[in-house]
Design a protein around this ligand. Structure first.
Ligand code: AMP
Length: 367
């Protein structure tokens, strides 16, 4: 069986690595000659909106999927005419516009921060008056990892904020004084069965995920599962989806969803019975889903900008290194390490050690 993937970054790479033991073959479309999946899958090099290249990806692939969500809708629609594509284009579109996404959450009874749409400087002023400050101005489309966002604190000039996002349609969102950021990774099979991984507790810095810790005994798991199940069912979704959440007391507020495998679920490679990557493949190929329970304490530390020396990571006996075969560059995700151990004290020590190594590697590279 051949799986086609739109995009050839680390998510495509990890999908291919998870699929090889199942006897699957992979090909991917990516414009970059240095796409990091090139070592593990066959590349079709070209832009995402080139119909001939999209056709080459579709033809002969048993199923096509994607590793990022900002794919132009018309490219996905074209692909859907020529291939079995999962998740369906509808799910992708639902998440591409923050306004529609937030309205969908509300329709499904999923809590969110208060928000208002704005498409003019006048509407922005009114929205800020209504929601108060601090608030966030976010572009409706093309924003990710904190890009396309301006914080509206007391004193922030609204005309400047409007100019900073390029005067495009946006939403204003009340700032949530959250206690934790969490995500639930869920998978839905073609027959409608849904399975959820234990919640991940996520730490970001500069808008980029740094640490994800699995929380198997989380009291809010049931609430998160309910949200994910409703969302996946509504979208008639097939594959893995990540729902990002803010925790405030007993409440969970949905921020956004990603219709794909997700960075906060990388710990599942060693830390769960079946990884998010394998379960995505099982779902889109119509195979039975694997178990999603965490096997022990598990966490993931991202390496941003540069990798630490492999020997330094691997001398931690319960750590596993994943290098993405990408050139170092500030702000770029170049790898991660997972810790998995039954021993809570070892777990804490390893996570701290890995965070130190991650910080050291990033600093060394910037000097
Ligand atoms: P986003 O681009 O929506 O994923 O936001 C990136 C990050 O900004 C999130 O992971 C949060 O840390 C923060 N953030 C976004 N929206 C809010 C909000 N309404 N309240 C507080 N923090 C937020």
């Amino acid at each position: 069986m051949i799986v086609g993937i739109l995009g050839g970054g680390q998510l495509a790479r990890m999908l291919a690595l998870a699929g090889h033991p199942l006897g699957l073959h992979f090909r991917f479309l990516d414009p970059s000659p240095t796409a990091c999946s090139r070592g593990v899958a066959q590349q079709i090099q070209g832009p995402f909106d080139d119909e001939a290249k999209l056709l080459a990806l579709a033809e002969g692939s048993d199923v096509v999927t994607y590793e990022f969500e900002n794919v132009p809708a018309r490219c996905v629609a074209y692909l859907a005419e020529h291939a079995n594509i999962y998740p369906a284009p509808r799910a992708l579109e639902a998440g591409q516009d923050r306004l529609f996404e937030k309205r969908l959450f509300r329709e499904l009874g999923i809590d969110t921060a208060e928000f208002l749409p704005v498409s003019t400087p006048q509407a922005l002023a009114l929205a800020v008056k209504q929601l108060g400050r601090p608030a966030l101005l976010k572009t409706r489309t093309q924003g990710y990892d904190g890009k396309g966002q301006v914080m509206l604190r007391e004193g922030q000039d609204l005309a400047e904020a409007w100019a900073a996002i390029g005067g495009v349609p946006a939403i204003v969102e009340a700032l949530v004084p959250f206690e934790r950021e969490l995500s639930v990774i869920a998978v839905r099979a073609r027959d409608g069965e849904v399975r959820c991984y234990p919640l991940s507790e996520n730490t970001h810095r500069d808008g980029i995920l740094r640490l994800a810790v699995s929380r198997p005994d989380e009291p809010l798991q049931g609430l998160a599962r309910g949200y994910a199940t409703r969302l996946l069912g509504h979208l008639d979704y097939v594959g893995v989806l990540a729902l990002e959440l803010f925790q405030q007391g007993e409440r969970l507020l949905a921020n956004e969803f990603a219709p794909r495998v997700h960075n906060s679920g990388h710990w599942t490679i060693e830390g769960a019975e079946t990884s998010q990557f394998e379960n995505h493949l099982r779902a889109i190929l119509g195979l039975p889903l694997g178990r999603t329970e965490a096997v022990e304490h598990a966490a993931m530390v991202n390496f941003i900008g540069a990798l630490p020396p492999a020997a330094e990571v691997l001398k931690l006996p319960q750590a596993h290194l994943h290098a993405y075969d990408k050139a170092p560059r500030p702000g770029r995700k170049v790898g991660h390490a997972t810790v998995r151990t039954p021993d809570r004290a070892v777990f804490e020590q390893h996570v701290e050690a890995l965070q130190r190594l991650a910080a050291g590697a990033a600093t060394d590279k910037n000097h």
